[in-house]
Design a protein around this ligand. Structure first.
Ligand SMILES: *Cc1c(COP(=O)(O)O)cnc(C)c1O
Length: 367
């Protein structure tokens, strides 16, 4: 019988399994803690808008019938909210799927892809799968983005530059001036993909979305957003992209499966986008709790990266996997980072106040 590893493309063997962390069920089986604080996946402690309650119990037709393959109602709501034409919006089964669609559509073997490092692993994985080579631009010792090195790297032609802003896992970001400069420095044929999964948390002072900067530009670009984080819909799997060129968007459409976004996700996203008040509650809580957690981690003498996301990235000054296991025993799930050079780093999501308290007391008990 042929070995499974001979059956797959060589690129598949180069991929590491996704580090998704433990589910609630797995943690319960392993340690049966009295209470679990799930702070490993940047989920939203307040959940979605209460306006969604009626959708979840709504008409069976949402389930019986195929969804709108063009997702027109939702794309229209997004287009209006961002003030861009409907033809520039594409929907994904999570923004992860859009990273996959874009990578499959554009990357050829040996293409060069540039990203920031430590990275969101999927930015690299789909590139690797397509046979591209990934050029990583490391953050600086003070855990800020090395803007000069980044500009230099993207001035050299590449097929694609893909990075998150704010950056996951670190939390740091490119200021409006830095993002403007980086875009100006980038080779004009290189596709720029800015993953803005945390844009809603970052909005305001010292942050600008690539959508606003690139709206009128005719260079190739895509901005990715998700409904999984600030809108609290992670379980429904829905994200979207703003694609600079509508023609490019329609080519990307050919790569996705026709019914990639399910009906409940589409309807829920429309409702969630409309509830600005809930979004504001979510962001205000995340920012104030983030400040409290950041002060605590600093107080422990640890290096913590500045963050505009709903998470913090810090150096626990020891083996991060052991540290995370110590917290897990007390019901606290965090994400020990596994990429080379960052094995002492941990990413903790900002949860509800009682979850954050549970995290902080668990940390103190390990000292
Ligand atoms: C969480 C996250 C995503 C995933 O979003 P989905 O829409 O749930 O697939 C994408 N990019 C980054 C940087 C993220 O942190």
């Amino acid at each position: 019988m042929i070995n499974a590893s001979d059956l797959v493309r060589e690129e598949v063997l180069r991929l590491a399994p996704y580090n998704s962390g433990l589910t609630l069920r797995e943690v319960n089986q392993r340690y049966a803690p009295a209470k679990i604080a799930k702070l490993g996946s940047n989920e939203n402690p307040l959940g979605p808008s209460p306006d969604l309650d009626s959708i979840i119990t709504a008409g069976p037709d949402l389930i019986r019938l195929y969804p709108d393959p063009a997702g027109v109602e939702l794309r229209n709501a997004i287009a209006v909210a961002l003030d861009v034409p409907l033809a520039k919006i594409i929907l994904g089964n999570g923004s992860e799927e859009l990273i996959s669609i874009i990578s499959r559509a554009v990357l050829r073997p040996k293409d060069r892809v540039v990203t920031l490092y430590p990275s969101f692993p999927l930015h690299e994985d789909y590139a690797t799968l397509m046979g591209a080579t990934v050029d990583r631009i490391n953050i600086k010792d003070d855990m800020s983005i090395d803007v000069e090195a980044f500009e230099k790297a993207i001035a050299t032609p590449a097929r694609m530059v893909i990075f998150s802003n704010p950056m996951n896992p670190v939390g740091c970001w490119l200021s409006p001036a830095e993002l403007t400069r980086a875009i100006a420095a980038a080779d004009k044929n290189t596709l720029i993909v800015v993953d803005e999964a945390y844009a809603e948390y970052a909005a305001g002072d010292d942050y600008v979305s690539a959508v606003d900067l690139l709206k009128g530009s005719d260079r190739p670009w895509v901005a990715l957003r998700t409904m999984s984080k600030a809108y609290g819909l992670a379980g429904l799997r829905i994200g979207y992209g703003v694609v600079g060129d509508p023609e490019f968007r329609s080519l990307l459409d050919r790569v996705r499966t026709p019914f990639n976004v399910n009906a409940i996700a589409q309807v829920s996203a429309v409702t969630a986008l409309a509830d600005r008040q809930h979004l504001q509650r979510v962001v205000i809580l995340a920012v104030s709790e983030r400040q409290r957690m950041e002060a605590f981690l600093f107080g422990n003498g640890w290096q913590v990266a500045p963050s505009k996301g709903n998470f913090l990235f810090f150096d626990c000054a020891g083996n991060a996997a052991d540290f995370a296991e110590g917290l897990l025993r007390q019901g606290v799930i965090v994400k020990p980072w596994k990429q080379a050079g960052f094995e002492t780093f941990v990413r903790v999501s900002i949860g509800a106040p009682d979850e954050n308290n549970q995290f902080m007391s668990a940390v103190l008990s390990l000292k």
